[in-house]
Design a protein around this ligand. Structure first.
Ligand code: NAD
Ligand code: UFG
Length: 334
């Protein structure tokens, strides 16, 4: 019996693949490599010493997805595959609706046809829109401020409807906060194409001399130093959360949502200073206007994940800053 990982060549999928193999699970990966590359698949094998089937297929192709289920005994699916750039989703909404919705609809169809009833889905804290208070609990009101966020909200709704229609179906929708960091081997991590949108990859590229200076988007928010506060979580802790969620899905049917964060908020300048202190490098920065669509503060209430999944993040900000930098240095030297 194998676990199918869609989007397993990506940032979070690759770390989850390693953790699953470390737990002696058999895995199969499908990824169309639209935002990743074959090297990551080889690196997962290098880290774990394991062999596993990899399919360079698009999850939007039913024929190919069916082939994977026919060739492997798939007991559960972790569905990471999706496009995730917020700005791009505003410019090209159809691309996002088509890819993210179509891949999920087809996946669920093929799962039902092959009597596979367990799914862990990559949702996002973006489904909380602009929360009125923090920390954010799973039962807070949901809304979307961009097409990417809308796809996550719509998929959550679809999955919840499937669970109502099929009492054997089990879905854990994991709402990630801000994943950063990299595996301790420094050979898998996050290296976006082009200029990074997210804070940590931008900082590491400034540290590497690829970019001159970090733009800090606003210092007039109602936070302890005026810059935006987020719940940064080490990607390895996040990966381990998926194993707990799979266990949960094995023992329960129905639809459930879980926050995966640390429960602690750090500001942009907290991150810059922690990165400088941990890695002994200077990060030049300047304050610029707020980025449209950003919120002031976002961090998780993790009571539910702690209680029901018996999961909690273990790695701190220093580990996140150190591993992000080690990975980026190595990636640029290769
Ligand atoms: P990523 O881009 O590194 O990984 C996604 C992978 O999916 C990529 O390897 C890409 O090639 C693949 N993919 C995309 N569309 C596909 C398709 N139609 N068929 C096959 N493969 C396809 O992103 P990530 O950071 O690892 O994110 C994984 C998931 O978590 C995504 O669904 C994302 O929306 C969600 N998420 C990410 C964050 C974050 O900050 N990284 C936060 C919240 C939620
Ligand atoms: N920031 C900067 N400069 C930058 C990049 C970011 O100051 O160059 C600031 C932002 O204004 C924000 C914080 O750093 O205050 C974090 O920004 P990110 O872009 O790294 O992350 P977001 O919280 O905006 O969004 C991320 C993902 C979303 C996901 C969300 C919640 O990009 O897809 O986390 O999980 F939905």
């Amino acid at each position: 019996m194998s676990i199918l990982i869609t989007g397993g060549a990506g940032f979070i999928g690759s770390h989850t693949a390693v953790e699953l193999i470390n737990c002696s699970e058999k895995i199969v990966i499908v990824d169309n490599l639209t935002n990743s590359n074959m090297q990551t698949i080889d690196n997962i094998k290098r880290i774990t010493g394991a062999e596993f089937p990899f399919y360079e297929y698009d999850c939007c192709c039913k024929k190919d997805m069916t082939k994977i289920f026919k060739q492997n005994d798939i007991e559960s699916v972790i569905h990471f595959a999706g496009l995730k750039a917020v700005g791009e989703s505003v410019e090209q909404p159809l691309k996002y609706y088509e890819n993210n919705l179509q891949s999920t609809l087809l996946l669920c169809e093929v799962m039902e046809e092959n009597d596979c009833n367990r799914l862990v889905f990559s949702s996002s804290a973006t489904v909380y829109g602009s929360p009125k208070t923090v920390p954010i609990k799973e039962n807070f009101p949901l809304s979307a401020t961009n097409p990417y966020g809308s796809t996550k909200l719509m998929i959550e709704r679809i999955l919840s409807d499937i669970c109502i229609s099929n009492p054997r179906f089990s879905v854990a929708a994991l709402r990630y906060f801000n994943p950063i960091g990299a595996h301790k081997s420094a050979i898998i991590g996050e290296l976006p194409n082009g200029i990074p949108n997210n804070l940590m990859p931008y900082i590491t590229q400034v540290a590497a001399g690829k970019l001159k200076c970090l733009n800090v988007f606003g210092n007039d928010y109602d936070t302890h130093d005026g810059t935006g506060v987020r719940d940064y979580i080490h990607v390895v802790d996040l990966a381990k959360g998926h194993i707990k969620a799979l266990d949960y899905a094995k023992n329960h049917s129905g639809y459930e949502t879980f926050n995966l964060g640390t429960g602690t908020g750090y500001s942009v300048l907290d991150i810059v200073h922690a990165f400088e202190k941990t890695n002994k490098v200077k990060i030049p920065y300047k304050i610029v206007d707020r980025r449209p669509g950003d919120i002031a503060i976002c961090y998780a209430d993790i009571t539910k994940s702690k209680k029901i999944l018996s999961w909690q993040a273990e790695l701190g900000l220093e580990d996140m800053c150190k591993s992000s930098w080690e990975f980026t240095k190595k990636a640029f030297n290769n």
